[in-house]
Design a binder for this molecule. Sequence first.
Ligand code: LLP
Length: 434
Amino acid sequence: MSSYFHYRDNRLYAEQVPLADIAARFGTPCYVYSRAVLTDSFHRFTEALQGREHLICYAVKANSNLAILNIFARLGAGFDIVSGGELQRVLAAGGDARKVVFSGVGKSVAEMLMALDAGILCFNVESAAELDRLNDVAESMGKIAPVSLRVNPDVDPKTHPYISTGLKQNKFGVAYDEAIALYRKARNLSHLRITGVACHIGSQLTEPGPFIAAAEKILLLADALAAEGMPLEHIDLGGGLGIRYRDETPPEIADYVAALLGVLRGHSEKLILEPGRILVGNAGVLLTRVEYLKHGEEKNFAIVDAAMNDLMRPALYDAFHEILPVEREINAPPLPNPPPLGGEGAIEKSNSSIFEIVGPICETGDFIGHARSMAIAPQALLAVLSAGAYGMSMSSNYNTRPRAAEVIVDGNNMHLVRERETVRQLYAGEKLIS
Ligand code: LLP
C-alpha cells in the first residue's frame, strides 16, 4: 500500500481524507485515487531520466479518466493510445497530440484519419498491411504519417499469459526477423516518414531481465537500420513495469530506468516509455460496502456491492488485490474462539474469519478476493487496494450495473471526477421495435 493510503486511529485515509467520508458523500462502489501518488510516480520517471531526451507516454488504457489524463498532461506527459476514443479523451483532457503515440494491431481508417488530423507524434505500426493502409490514408489527406514499427523481440516477459505480448506466438508487433524488410518497404512508401522503433513485451513484469533483453535486441535493430541509411529519431521501449499487489518485488522506477539507460549508452535517440500500471495502479482503491454476510455450507461469504463488472482483474486473471477494512475498530467483532478440535459442526461458522469476498453478479467467477482472513462486520466498508490500473477502465455494465463513481483526493480535498452512471444512461441508445 502506498503511504498515501494509511490508517490513522484505525480509520483508513486517502491522503488527509477518511475513506469513510468519501463513501458517505458519494456512495459505493467508488474508485478513489490519490493525486499525490499519481504525481510522485510520474516524477520518479522524470528524475530518473534527467539529462536524457525522453518522453513519458502514459498508457491511457490503464486508467482513462479525464482528470487523471489532465494531471499527467500538466506534468508534461505524452500518451500511448490504442484507439480513436482514447485520442479523443487525451485531447478533451488537454493533452498535446504532438506527444501521442498510437499503438494497436487493428487501427481503422477512421482512427488513422483522426490521428493524422490531430497531428500525433507517431503511429506504432504492427503489420505490413497497416503500413499500406496508413500510406493510403495519409496520401488521401495530403499528409505524411510518422511511423515506427512495433517490433516483437521474442522475449519471454515471465508474466501472466494473457498480458504477455512480446513472444513470437503473440499477435503483437512485426516479427524481429522481418523488421528490416518492413522498414525498407516503409521507406519506399511516399506518404510515410520513418521516425522510430517501438516494442512492448508485456505487463506486470517484476524482473528487469526481460526489459534489458528486449532493449538490447531493439538497439541492434536500430544500429542495423542506421547502417542502411535509416537513422531513427526515437526508441520506444513500451511499458510493462509491474507493481506490488501482494508480495511481488518489481524493480523501483529509478532502477528500471537506470537499467534501460545502461543498455542505451552510446545511443542518442530520444527515449520513449509507455508506462501505465506503475503510474496509476497503487494510486487507487476501490471502495465497497458489505451488503450481506452469508455463511454457506463450506465457506463464508462477504457479499459486497462491487463486482466483477467494476473490477474484472480477479475474475479474468485470477489476480490478487489486497482488501482492507476501512474502519478497523468498528469492523472488529470479538475474534473467533479457537474452534474446538474435531467433531462435525463443531466450528460455529458465523465465527469464522475466512471470507470469500464476492459481488452480487450471477456468476461464480464474480469474486474480488478468495479466502481472506479478516474480521468483517455487517455493512462494513472495505477498500480493495491497487485498483487504480485496469480497474475502472476495464469495467462494464454487466447485469445492468451502472459504473462506479470516481473521486480524486488531493490533500484535504475530495473531487468527484466521474459521476456514478445512471441506469437511464445505460439504455439511452436502445429502441423498441413494433
Ligand atoms: N504499451 C502498450 C503497447 C501496451 O499494450 C500496454 C499494455 C502498455 C504500454 C502499458 O503497460 P503497463 O505499463 O500498464 O504494464 N488488463 C491487464 C493489463 C493489460 C496490458 C495491456 N497493454 C491487467 O489488468 O493486468
